[in-house]
Design a binder for this molecule. Structure first.
Ligand code: AMP
Ligand code: MG
Length: 398
């Protein structure tokens, strides 16, 4: 058995990359940019009116202007030259006619007879109410840096910059194999001894939240030939995750099946609670994480070991949400193994508190769903109320 720290350092030494690809910017939400993005146009692409009003030239002392045309947003004007005592009716987003520099807002004008307007305020500030070409950003400027996870605002930025395609990291492709004679898919009718393979779906969601893609998920019976066949199929993915069947029971056949297929075992069993039987190694150059079957163990092992691995592949910073909080209740649970207990973090009078949830059995999904963090308790340490502990907050939607 090795420590959690040692296990993490072994996993970290495994080098794996998935490469990059070009994708359409309008489909890039949540993807990670793999090289700086340069704008392909100025934005705005032309001098534009910021208000509804009248575009005029750079002559501040006029009071009366003749309105010689009208431009709506999306249109332009054929008239070549606007004279100093002329004005053009414009609206928000209108492209300004050549030579005009300033917009007099319509609230500051009075319409006179015969298409004349009176500027009711004498002080014309040159350039007022004009969004100059390139005000937002200039052509060939870095608008998004490599490594950024694209949000909805970035999509707008890319589209306005005329960047139709961008280079992003490929999503690591993951296969999940849940093993167990008792397991069934969610849409199946449950018989007496069945249980739904809930953590298969949880893992699929977690993979999606980790900027990766679950390309294959399956349930396999506790049968060596079937497990080996499923593993051989799973090799097409970048990473393989198995659940269940990895401990020392008679029907725990994952490890022996992997070994028969030429598995290069990196470690098996860690001093961790939950998660003790975790198995990790390489099968035909693909990393394999074999997680224990209890859903809470599966979850904790994903968060502590697989999430950082995926994050590293994608060149992201390990954004564990670690905090120190005061224990709000007593925990009776001291263990020889480093423990990751389900907790509930909250703030009171600006102080961090965490309540250790009452039942820590690793099969309890309701407790897991109620919790919002893990409390990390070092091995052989007893903690009591009001002591400070390290917690790991669950990332958004985890
Ligand atoms: P095992 O690690 O195979 O001994 O399984 C431990 C416990 O977890 C058993 O009660 C299994 O029925 C349960 N289990 C295994 N796989 C899953 C799964 N995918 N979803 C929910 N429970 C599971
Ligand atoms: Mg089993």
């Amino acid at each position: 058995m090795i420590s959690v720290k040692k296990a993490l350092s072994i996993i970290e030494k495994v080098k794996y990359s998935v490469g990059t690809e070009y994708i359409a910017s309008n489909k890039a939400l949540g993807r990670i940019v793999s090289e700086n993005v340069l704008s392909k146009t100025d934005n705005p692409p032309f001098n534009m009116s910021a208000m509804d009003g009248y575009a005029v030239c750079n002559k501040p002392h006029n009071k009366v202007y003749k309105v010689v045309g009208e431009i709506f947003a999306g249109h332009s004007m054929s008239k070549k030259k606007i004279l100093k005592n002329e004005a053009v009716r414009v609206y928000t987003g209108s492209k300004l006619p050549q030579g005009t520099t300033t917009v007099i807002i319509q609230e500051k004008t009075k319409v006179l007879d015969n298409n004349f307007i009176l500027h009711t305020n004498n002080s014309l500030k040159i350039g007022e109410y004009v969004r100059k070409k390139g005000l937002d950003f200039k052509k060939n400027k870095t608008i998004i840096k490599s490594g950024k996870i694209l949000n909805a605002r970035d999509i707008a930025l890319l589209i306005s910059a005329n960047c139709k395609n961008i280079k992003v990291f490929k999503k690591p492709k993951v296969s999940i194999l849940s093993t167990g004679d008792e397991l069934i898919f969610s849409e199946k009718i449950k018989k007496d001894s069945n249980i739904f393979a809930s953590s298969l779906y949880m893992l699929e969601a977690l993979i999606h939240l980790s900027f990766s893609e679950c390309i294959h998920k399956t349930i396999v019976k506790d049968n060596k030939n079937k497990i080996k066949k499923a593993l051989r199929e799973a090799i097409k993915s970048d990473i393989i995750i198995t659940t269940g069947g990895v401990s020392v029971g008679k029907k725990d056949l994952i490890r022996s099946s992997l070994i028969e297929l030429g598995f290069e075992e990196k470690f098996w069993k860690i001093t961790m609670r939950p998660g003790k039987p975790l198995l990790f190694g390489i099968l035909k150059s693909k990393p394999v994480f074999s997680l224990p079957g209890n859903p809470v163990s599966t979850y904790v092992c994903f968060l502590i070991f697989i999430f950082p691995f995926l994050i590293k592949i994608l060149n992201l910073k390990n954004n564990y949400y670690k905090k120190i909080a005061k224990l709000a209740n007593n925990t009776k649970l001291a263990s020889k193994r480093e423990s990751y207990l389900r907790g509930f973090f909250y703030k009171q009078n600006n102080e961090n508190f965490v309540k250790c949830l009452s039942n820590q059995d690793s099969s309890l999904l309701n407790m897991l769903a109620t919790s919002n963090c893990l409390i990390k308790i070092p091995s052989n340490k007893k903690y009591s109320k009001n002591m400070f502990v390290e917690i790991i907050l669950f990332p958004p939607l985890f």
